[in-house]
Design a protein around this ligand. Sequence first.
Ligand SMILES: [Fe+2]
Ligand SMILES: [Fe+2]
Length: 326
Amino acid sequence: MYHYIEYGSSESPHEDQEKYERFMERIEAGEKIEADDWMPDDYRQSLIKLISMHGISEIMGALPEKEWVPKAPTLKRKLGIMAKVQDEMGHGQLLLRVAEDLMKPYGKTRKDLIENLLKGDLKFHNVFHMPTRTWADAGMVGWLVDGAAIISQTNMLDASYGPYQRALQRICQEEVFHAQHGEAIIMALAEGTEHQRDILQESLNRWWPSLLMFFGPSTADTTGTSKQDIMIKYKIRKSNNEELRQAFLDKYLPRVFSLGLTVPDETVHYDEEKGQWVYQQPDWNEFKQIIKNNGPRSKERLRLREIAYKNNCWVREALSKEAVGS
Ligand SMILES: [Fe+2]
Ligand SMILES: [Fe+2]
């Protein structure tokens, strides 16, 4: 959680009010807000929190799949998963640059973000705290985790903040390839031997609660309601967590069932009257523990990130000297 100084506090409340009204007119008119434009503090802080968490999750999200680069079953799969890992790091870099521009008034940089991650102050996405035990897990991450990411990011493809919206346009195009790469792995396993089908089902059983948690608690179960509301008011996102989860279930449950797979929840069914999927809530206390870095692989992944950060320090130093010298 960040506690930044108030931005724009040197201006009178009256001037701020006029600027705020003009800002809201622009938001309502569907205009894009750019990095140097005036923006209210809660808009800036919501964006910093959202984009830094998104960017860091892209980078931490490369780690579970990176484990499978040396173990991929064929050269074609190895090339596919390597390209995906590389893309995810690129997404992270793109997003952290967007976050860095927003943090300028607070005198913060990307270095602060990485240090906040290593200190445990900046959270990364719940799914990337989980182990990838089998090759089916590598497929599952591409198919359903990237699939869920596409639903969540498509919800922000018209976000009011221009730099984020443009970054998302590019990221989403690549995410579609990631989901297809994952789907290809899943299809091969689903059409394979009994053992391959078994590891696929076992993987889905393990990932199911994490996938439900992916979109966060619904409005009814959370104190985070105001955060969702602020983002909807400022047209950063359109739908709330539960609407996104329903969109995910709508898209993927029929595909899961058509492959002859099941989900580990006998209560799952579509309620025609309500027009939504009914499912058993995952354990939200466990979710809180996972994102507090108490998940099964949290510490190990943070340690890996720290080692990479320290090992690559000389590159950052060399580049900053070059920049100073030029
Ligand atoms: Fe990504
Ligand atoms: Fe991806």
